[in-house]
Write a protein that binds this ligand. Structure first.
Ligand SMILES: [Zn+2]
Length: 537
C-alpha cells in the first residue's frame, strides 16, 4: 500500500488533508493560542462551515487523483484549509493545556503516596479507585462511571530463601514468589533440595527426569534480547520443570540491568513453588554450581508465599466525552490501574492511566466536543491476567464494531515518541501522516507497526479494531524504542523501584498531551480508521 495517503481528519464530512500539506513543517498557527472567537465561529455557526468547504474544490481534484493513483478503497471527501487550521488550533490547545503543568505527575504522586501498590483484589486497589473516581467526577464535561469485574485475589505470605554452602552461614537472598505459584509444602513448611542450573526451558528439555527429579531448577537466562523473549523461563519454567519431577523453581529476574532487586511477575500454573531472584544472585548460584556442582550438594530451600485463589469484585474505571455528531463511534485509550505488590506501580501502569485521563481532561477543555466519542478506560487486574480487559470486551461486545481505535499505554510514560500500531496497512499509513504533521514538532509523531498489541486492548484488536501501544524514548538512554527495545523501562519493571520517582513531570505532561492529540485526530477523521479485515475474519 502506498504511503502517500494523507490522514482523513476533517469533521462533519467536510475535509481531507492534502498529503503535501501533511508533510510540511508545522504551521505557525499551531503554536499560537487559539482564538476563542474563532473556535466558537468554526464549531457553532453552520454558515461558517460552508466557507471552509467552498474554497477547496481545487484540492478535491488532487484527492481524486490520489485516489486513482493508489487504488484506494477509501473515499475521503476534499479538504478545506480552514479545517486544517481548526485542527491545528485544537491540537495546539491540547498541548498548551498540559505542557508545563505538573498536574499529571502531582496527582499520580498523591495517589501512589496515599495507597501504595494496588494488587488485584486488594483493599488498596479499591480505595485508590474510590479516590480516582472522586477526582474524576469533579471534572467538568466528563461522564465517569465504574463497571464491576470479578478478579482473583493476590496475597503474598511470608517468604524467604537461603543459599546453603558448606563454607559460610546460610545466605539470605532477596526473592519474590511468582504470581500464580503455590506455597511450599502446602504452606506448612519449607523445601530443601539441590540446585540444578539451566539456561532456559530448551536446555531443561534436553536433560530428562534423572537429572531434574528432586531438584530446585534455576533458570539463569543470561541472553537478554527483549522482554518477550526472556520472560519465557519465568512463565513456562515451573510447568515444564514439574513434568520432570523438579520440586521447585527459581528464575533470574527478567531485566537487562540490575541493582540487586528481584523483579516480580506471573507464571503459568504448576504444582511446585517458583520465585524470582536477583540477576546478581542468579549469577552467584551459577558460579558456585559450575565450580562444585553436585560435589558439595549446595542446596537452596525456600519458604513461600502466594496462594489463596479466591475471588473478589473490583472495578474498571470509564470516563468519556460523547461525540458531537457520531457518539456511537468510540476511540478508547487507557492503561491498567492495578499493579504488583512491590514498589507503588506508578510507572506500571498508573502513569499510563493518569496520562490518558488528563488527555481526556484537556480535550474536555476545548470549545467543542470531538466528532466521535473519546473514552478512557482504567483496566483492572491486568497483572493477574487481563481480567478488566476481558470484562470490558464482554460488556461492550455490541459496541466493538463501533470501536474505531484502541490505544494503550503500558510500557512507561516518558518522553513521548509515537505509537506501535497493530492494524491494517491503511491505518498505519494514515496515522503515520497525521503523526508527522500534528506531533512531529514535539518528536511524538512516529509510527511503527507490530503484529502484537498491548494486553489490555488485545480483545479489541482481535475483533479487527486498529490498536496502538503508546511508546516513549528509553528513560535511561533517551534512545528510540526501535533502538533500545524499551530496555530502560524494564530496569524498574515489577520492582520496588517502580515509584513516581521513576517519572518526570515534564515528560508525563507532554506524553499526556500527545495521547490526547492522537485520540483527537482519530476522533475527527472524516472516515473511520480502516479496520483490519484479516482480524475480523
Ligand atoms: Zn503493566
Amino acid at each position: 500500500m502506498s504511503t502517500s495517503y494523507s490522514p482523513v481528519v476533517g469533521g462533519d464530512g467536510s475535509s481531507r488533508l492534502d498529503p503535501r500539506e501533511a508533510r510540511q513543517p508545522l504551521l505557525p498557527s499551531l503554536d499560537r493560542p487559539a482564538s476563542p472567537r474563532f473556535l466558537q465561529d468554526r464549531f457553532r455557526r453552520p454558515y461558517q462551515l460552508r466557507q471552509y468547504v467552498m474554497p477547496c474544490i481545487g484540492v478535491s481534484f488532487l484527492a481524486l487523483f490520489l485516489f486513482l493513483t493508489v487504488n484506494s478503497t477509501l473515499h475521503p471527501p476534499p479538504v478545506g484549509p480552514g479545517r486544517r487550521t481548526a485542527l491545528e488550533l485544537a491540537t495546539g490547545n491540547i498541548l498548551s493545556d498540559l505542557q508545563g503543568d505538573s498536574i499529571v505527575w502531582d496527582r499520580l504522586a498523591e495517589m501512589t503516596d496515599l495507597f501504595g501498590p494496588r494488587i488485584s483484589g486488594g483493599e488498596s486497589l479499591e480505595r485508590s479507585i474510590d479516590w480516582m473516581m472522586t477526582m474524576m467526577t469533579q471534572e467538568d464535561n466528563l461522564m465517569v462511571w465504574t463497571e464491576k469485574v470479578q478478579v482473583d485475589v493476590w496475597e503474598r505470605n511470608e517468604e524467604s530463601l537461603e543459599l546453603l554452602l558448606p563454607s559460610r552461614p546460610p545466605v539470605p537472598l532477596p526473592m519474590l514468589g511468582l504470581g500464580g505459584s503455590v506455597a511450599t509444602a502446602g504452606g506448612n513448611g519449607s523445601i530443601e533440595a539441590e540446585v540444578l542450573v539451566v539456561q532456559d526451558v530448551e536446555e531443561l528439555m534436553k536433560l530428562g527426569n534423572e537429572t531434574i527429579s528432586g531438584k530446585i531448577v534455576l533458570f539463569d537466562d543470561d541472553n537478554w534480547k527483549h522482554y518477550g523473549d526472556s520472560v519465557k523461563s519465568r512463565v513456562y519454567g515451573a510447568r515444564e520443570a514439574e513434568r520432570f519431577g523438579a520440586v521447585g523453581v527459581l528464575v533470574r529476574s527478567v531485566t537487562p540491568f540490575s541493582l540487586g532487586v528481584p523483579h516480580a511477575g506471573s507464571m503459568l500454573g504448576a504444582n511446585i513453588p517458583a520465585a524470582a531472584i536477583t540477576v546478581e544472585d542468579s549469577q552467584y548460584i551459577r558460579r558456585v554450581w559450575e565450580r562444585h556442582g553436585k560435589a558439595d550438594h549446595s542446596a537452596s530451600p525456600f519458604a513461600h508465599l502466594f496462594e489463596i485463589p479466591k475471588g473478589a469484585t473490583s472495578r474498571n474505571i470509564i470516563a468519556e466525552i460523547p461525540g458531537r455528531s457520531r457518539p456511537e463511534d468510540i476511540i478508547v485509550l487507557g492503561g491498567h490501574i492495578d499493579s504488583w505488590d512491590v514498589g507503588t506501580g506508578a510507572m506500571d501502569d498508573a502513569a499510563g492511566f493518569f496520562a490518558a485521563w488528563h488527555a481526556l481532561r484537556a480535550i474536555s477543555h476545548l470549545k467543542e466536543p470531538p466528532l466521535r466519542t473519546i473514552r478512557v478506560v482504567g483496566w483492572v487486574a491486568e497483572e493477574r491476567g487481563q481480567f478488566g480487559a476481558k470484562a470490558y470486551a464482554k460488556k461492550h461486545a455490541a459496541e466493538i464494531p463501533h470501536h474505531i481505535f484502541a490505544m494503550e499505554s503500558d510500557t512507561g510514560v516518558f518522553q513521548p515518541w509515537g505509537l506501535s500500531v497493530t492494524g491494517s496497512e491503511e491505518a498505519v499509513d494514515y496515522l503515520s501522516a497525521a503523526g508527522q504533521h500534528y506531533l512531529g514538532h514535539i518528536g511524538a509523531g512516529n509510527i511503527t507497526s507490530s503484529d502484537s498489541s498491548g494486553a489490555d486492548v488485545a480483545p479489541l484488536c482481535q475483533e479487527g479494531v486498529p490498536c496502538a501501544s503508546f511508546l516513549s524514548l528509553d528513560p535511561i538512554t533517551q534512545e528510540s524504542p526501535l533502538d533500545s527495545g524499551l530496555d530502560g523501562y524494564f530496569y524498574y519493571h515489577h520492582t520496588r523501584a517502580d515509584t513516581v520517582a521513576a517519572l518526570k513531570p515534564k515528560e508525563l505532561a507532554l506524553a499526556s498531551a500527545a495521547m490526547g492529540i492522537w485520540a483527537y485526530l482519530v476522533a475527527e477523521m472524516v472516515q473511520s480508521l480502516p479496520r483490519d479485515d484479516k482480524a475480523d475474519a
